[in-house]
Write a protein that binds this ligand. Structure first.
Ligand SMILES: Nc1ncnc2c1ncn2[C@@H]1O[C@H](COP(=O)(O)OP(=O)(O)O)[C@@H](O)[C@H]1O
Ligand SMILES: [Mg+2]
Length: 499
């Protein structure tokens, strides 16, 4: 048994010893939580265990529990709605543990709220306990916050999962798994609740050993059930990104260094999610910023921010980091977490952060991209401790490297067009169009409008703001807009704009 499970059981026991009447357990795995709570009783079968859910009403979970329900409501047990069940529970046998499932769906109703609250003093004196079994990140109604003790049931830890892998092999009468198999299996399982982890392990195991892809599939699904999270593995590595040598070197050192991250958390275009933070009238964004920043701070999570014009490989480098390190990338979509329900956003963000906790086991590297500087709250930038990197339009040498990558990918060749001021995205698009439409590269180029032309002013402003403030993605040291070899001189940009 791992520390996390032990801790949960001992906290629960302590709560029981102290006759804590109202508890909420936030869990991804209600079945496992109820099993843990029952196990913490050390087989004291005289303790009545009862559960309420919307379909079954009140039902005994052990003999003593069944007797308690029969005595309390007789035949009507199955028909009791949430408020009636709570009202009836005032007279339930002493020492009963009453599980209440999915309370978050009903606890905003005034009778349910009152029903929960009323049990506090009754249960306190006669030793019963109401255990609200709710979802990760759920927030209690304000009226209950000071009366209900909230516990988070931790997801199984890495050691616990390793033990599970060994047990599953043993139960299947297979030879003991190697350390490498265990590590790989744990990587694929960490972040899942106990029950699905067990299930998927059993399903992925055959005489030939473990099917790791199948293990990963389950996790991908589980993670993606959390609104705003998507998980990627594999894909392009740094080799498929031309130029950007400085940031690639830096990230390579981070992902292969001490305390290497176990997961990359990728927040694309973070300015959109945080625009208006601090000033938004609903307070949702401000609250979310705060939640995220304190999460990162509490865990000492490292992060980098990429700033630059669109098409400059910011997202590409961020996405390639995970594949280069051989670790998963979790795409963290803050806008998708911003629910229209007040309070819902914080809940979604918290449960997303919990999933990151579970799969990173304390080691995550955050990479945020951003197309403009001004909309980012400074405290957010400070929290991304590894620095802010500026992605300029690529230099001639960098463009050369990018052309080679895409000429090869789409098998196109021939004379290249004038690519002054082009981004990597435009070079890619030019090669792709040449392949698709069977055009020469020069003809294909006539369908491309480089952003350095269409948005010359914005790009120039961005370079000015970045100059002397941020690190360069291409060359080491602080980015300087006027450095020789930096792509377009301001004069040329202006000219491009008036042309
Ligand atoms: N330096 C580069 N090397 C290879 N591909 C690039 C490069 N820059 C941009 N691209 C390609 O152009 C597309 C857009 O780039 P992206 O990284 O999304 O830009 P942004 O900076 O706006 O996030 C991607 O498909 C990416 O692979
Ligand atoms: Mg992008």
């Amino acid at each position: 048994m791992s520390r996390s499970t032990e801790e949960f059981r001992s906290v629960f026991k302590a709560a029981r010893r102290a006759a804590t009447p109202l508890i909420a357990v936030r869990t991804a795995d209600p079945a496992s939580t109820m099993a843990q709570v029952t196990a913490s009783l050390n087989g004291k079968s005289e303790v009545p265990i009862v559960a309420w859910d919307i379909l079954n009403g009140l039902a005994g979970r052990n003999e003593a529990g069944k007797a308690a329900v029969a005595k309390l409501v007789g035949e009507n047990a199955g028909q009791l709605g949430p408020a009636d069940a709570l009202a009836a529970a005032q007279k339930i046998a002493k020492d009963t543990i009453l599980f209440f499932l999915n309370p978050q769906r009903v606890w905003e109703q005034v009778d349910v709220l009152q029903g929960i609250w009323n049990l506090r003093d009754v249960f306190k004196t006669t030793g019963q306990m109401l255990v609200l079994i709710t979802t990760p990140g759920a927030a209690l109604p304000t009226e209950l916050q000071s009366d209900v003790m909230v516990l988070d049931e931790p997801l199984p830890s890495a050691e616990e999962l390793a033990a599970l892998v060994r047990e599953t092999f043993e139960a299947a009468e297979l030879p003991d798994p190697s350390d490498e198999t265990i590590t790989r299996a744990v990587d694929a399982l960490v972040g899942l609740a106990a029950f699905p982890a067990e299930q998927v392990l059993a399903m992925s195991l055959s005489k030939d050993g473990l099917d790791f892809e199948r293990l990963w599939d389950r996790k991908r699904q589980a993670v993606e059930q959390t609104p705003g999270l998507t998980i990627w593995r594999g894909g392009e590595t740094f080799d498929q990104v031309g130029g950007c040598e400085n940031i690639k070197r830096f990230l390579d050192a981070v992902i292969h260094g001490e305390e290497a991250p176990r997961v990359i958390v990728f927040v694309d275009e973070i300015e959109k999610a945080f625009a208006g933070s601090g000033t938004d009238t609903s307070g949702v964004k401000t609250e979310m910023t705060g939640t995220m920043l304190s999460w990162m701070q509490d865990r000492n999570a490292d992060g980098v921010i990429f700033i630059g014009p669109p098409g400059a490989a910011k997202s590409a480098v961020a996405k390639a980091a995970g594949a280069t390190a051989g670790i998963p990338t979790v795409a963290f979509d803050l806008s998708a977490m911003q629910s229209s329900l007040v309070g819902g956003s914080g809940e979604r963000l918290r449960s997303a952060l919990q999933v990151v906790d579970a799969i990173s086991q304390g080691r995550s590297l955050w990479i945020a991209t951003c197309n403009s500087i001004t909309s980012l709250p400074p405290e957010l930038r400070r929290r991304f401790t590894l620095g802010t990197f500026f992605f300029d339009l690529p230099s001639a040498d960098e463009r050369e490297a990018i052309w080679s990558i895409y000429e090869q990918r789409w098998n196109v060749s021939g004379e290249r067009p004038d690519d002054d001021g082009w981004t990597g995205a435009e070079i890619k698009e030019c090669c792709r169009k040449a392949w698709r439409l069977k055009l020469s590269l020069r003809d294909s180029a006539s369908y491309i409008v480089p952003v350095s032309r269409s948005a010359a002013d914005q790009i120039e402003a961005l370079r000015r703001q970045a100059s002397g403030r941020f690190l360069g993605a291409a060359m080491s040291g602080v980015y300087c807009a006027d450095e020789p070899g930096s792509v377009l001189s301001p004069k040329r940009l202006v000219r491009a704009a008036i042309e």
